[in-house]
Design a protein around this ligand. Structure first.
Ligand code: ADP
Ligand code: MG
Length: 247
């Protein structure tokens, strides 16, 4: 069983008179527990693909399955509920609320889950601030934190709901390379420790090299699906990559 499957997914945007094909006939199966990089140049469709996997955006054609259950076509409310319980999001520009403390930012997604008590919320906040190494920074405002610390708060916020999947759109693009490396290292450690599936986009080779699965996309098409073995990428044939090689 796969955790996420996208089948024949295309996405087109209408830009005035012009049709932009952001994704073309993508088929992918993502197993639970992987640390997967979506790599490709700017404009290749990485953000669009992440948004479709995260049910933030709907494909123009094709289907998305979570746990083998189709989610395409569900109502906006049903998708919002699915996201709130399943998926944590991390962004390139951190996207913390500037008027909330670090702890309040981490608590925020839990306020959407009425079954989680106030006490449990406090426990989760403390737990995940500790996991990201910011136990003593709960009362800090985002503007009192460095870029790397802000991204750590964002990671704690993504983890607060105990998500099955964390989606991260170029999480290191606004950080210097040493800080980016430590953020990726932290994500990988969480992936190992909690078994949380991570799917992140990047165009940085160093970041790609830390993944254990690699999806390369160019011009909205998957050009390679790689699995790491002995520190080398081994290209795995998939329906999608074969089709692209034929055509
Ligand atoms: P990446 O994240 O790899 O840079 P994107 O997924 O953001 O790529 O974009 C893929 C393509 O779709 C690009 O050509 C981009 O200009 C186009 N695109 C993305 N979002 C929109 C939109 N809302 N309206 C029109 N075109 C878009
Ligand atoms: Mg992008």
């Amino acid at each position: 069983m796969s955790l996420v499957r996208v089948e024949g997914v295309s996405k087109q945007y209408q830009l005035g008179e012009q049709q932009v094909v952001a994704l073309h006939d993508i088929t992918l199966s993502i197993e639970e527990g992987v640390f997967l990089a979506i790599a490709g140049p700017s404009g290749s469709g990485k953000t669009t693909l992440l948004n479709i996997i995260g049910c933030i955006d709907n494909p123009t054609r094709g289907k998305v399955f979570i746990d083998d259950v189709e989610v395409t076509g569900r109502s906006a409310n049903a998708l919002a509920d699915l996201r709130a319980r399943t998926t944590g999001f991390i962004f390139q520009t951190f996207n913390l609320f500037p008027v909330l403390t670090a702890a309040e930012n981490v608590e925020y997604p839990l306020l959407q889950l009425p079954e989680i008590s106030r006490e449990e919320r406090q426990k989760r906040v403390a737990k995940y601030l500790k996991v990201v190494g910011l136990a003593r920074y709960g009362a800090h405002m985002p503007n009192q934190l460095s870029g790397g610390q802000r991204q750590r708060v964002a990671i704690a916020r993504a983890l607060a709901i105990n998500p099955r999947i964390v989606l991260a759109d170029e999480p290191t693009a606004n950080l210097d390379s040493a800080t980016g490396k430590s953020i990726l290292g932290l994500m990988k450690e969480i992936n190992r420790q909690f078994g949380t599936t991570f799917i992140f986009s990047t165009h940085d080779r160093q970041v790609m090299s830390m993944a254990d699965r690699l999806v390369r996309i160019e011009d909205g098409q998957v050009t390679m699906f790689g699995v790491k073995a002995n520190d080398k990428w081994k290209s795995v044939k998939t329906a999608a990559t074969e089709k692209n090689q034929e055509g």
